[in-house]
Ligand binder design. Structure first.
Ligand SMILES: Nc1ncnc2c1ncn2[C@@H]1O[C@H](COP(=O)(O)OP(=O)(O)O)[C@@H](O)[C@H]1O
Ligand SMILES: [Mg+2]
Length: 248
């Protein structure tokens, strides 16, 4: 069964840029889908429309059968907990420790006074420690975010998304600011998350080789449209050429 269904999504930005022109994507449970395409092809816009950080003009998004695109503000806030989003720019709170940053993933579940005081239930703290182990950050729990390397910061971002107990992970260019070796580690991490924790992953990624190596399936975009899709192991040079050929 599909966890995520995106149907005919369209988005034109206020400036007139037609960024997404009717995109449909399905992601199964446990599936790892790589979204590839040139810069400007609309990958980030698709990811942001799925959790409505960017409001789509039309089209539908379903997560586990719930139509995200028809939810009111309050319901949307609740539904967003189910969608862990991991951005390129990590978005950590620099002066907070690793464990505090991980715990901030629970803010959507915590009463306002707890979040003001950053007082999390014991169970959340226990879970944060467990998850830090999953992403290999257990030894650094009390380091401040501003003392971490790029790869470590990315792992904290992953842990913070995982502690939400998401039904889906949306990941935008996780490796673009990392050196290549660490890029592999991070992709491996996501692969394990999809297979072992059973969380489907939709990941936009610039590096085609990484995408092909770690994805189950590839969805390729060009100029706001899906131009090719299929199993990663069937994605050959010719198809890549079509995706990446120069714009006229
Ligand atoms: N906030 C925005 N306002 C106006 N145009 C935007 C905005 N974000 C992206 N775009 C434009 O939409 C198109 C698709 O961008 P984007 O979704 O970021 O593509 P990708 O992630 O594949 O690089 C680009 O032409 C980009 O310039
Ligand atoms: Mg992008």
């Amino acid at each position: 069964m599909e966890a995520l269904v995106v149907e005919n999504l369209k988005k034109t930005y206020p400036g007139g840029e037609e960024a997404v022109k009717g995109v449909s994507i399905k992601v199964d449970k446990k599936e790892f889908v790589g979204l590839i395409g040139l810069s400007g092809s609309g990958k980030s816009t698709v990811l942001r429309c799925i959790n409505r950080l960017v409001e789509p003009d039309s089209g539908k998004v379903f997560l586990d059968g719930v139509e995200i695109t028809s939810l009111g503000k309050k319901q949307l806030k609740r539904a967003r907990r189910d969608m862990g989003m991991i951005f390129q720019e990590f978005n950590l709170v620099e002066r907070l420790t690793v464990i505090q940053n991980i715990l901030s993933g629970r803010l959507g579940y915590t009463s306002w006074w707890r979040s003001v005081l950053r007082k999390f239930p014991e169970s959340d703290v226990g879970r944060a420690v467990e998850i830090s182990e999953v992403v290999g950050m257990r030894p650094y729990l009390y380091k401040r975010a501003d003392e971490l390397s790029g790869g470590q910061r990315q792992r904290v971002g992953i842990a913070r998304a995982l502690i939400q107990d998401p039904k889906l992970l949306l990941v935008d260019e996780p490796t673009s600011s990392l050196d290549p070796a660490i890029g592999h580690d991070v992709m491996n991490e996501f692969h394990q998350i999809s297979k072992e924790l059973g969380v489907p992953v939709l990941i936009s990624i610039h590096d085609v080789n990484l995408a092909l190596e770690y994805s189950d399936r590839i969805v390729a975009m060009r100029d706001g449209l899906v131009v090719s899709e299929g199993r990663a192991d069937e994605f050959d040079k010719r198809r890549l050429g079509e995706v990446y050929r120069y714009k006229i």
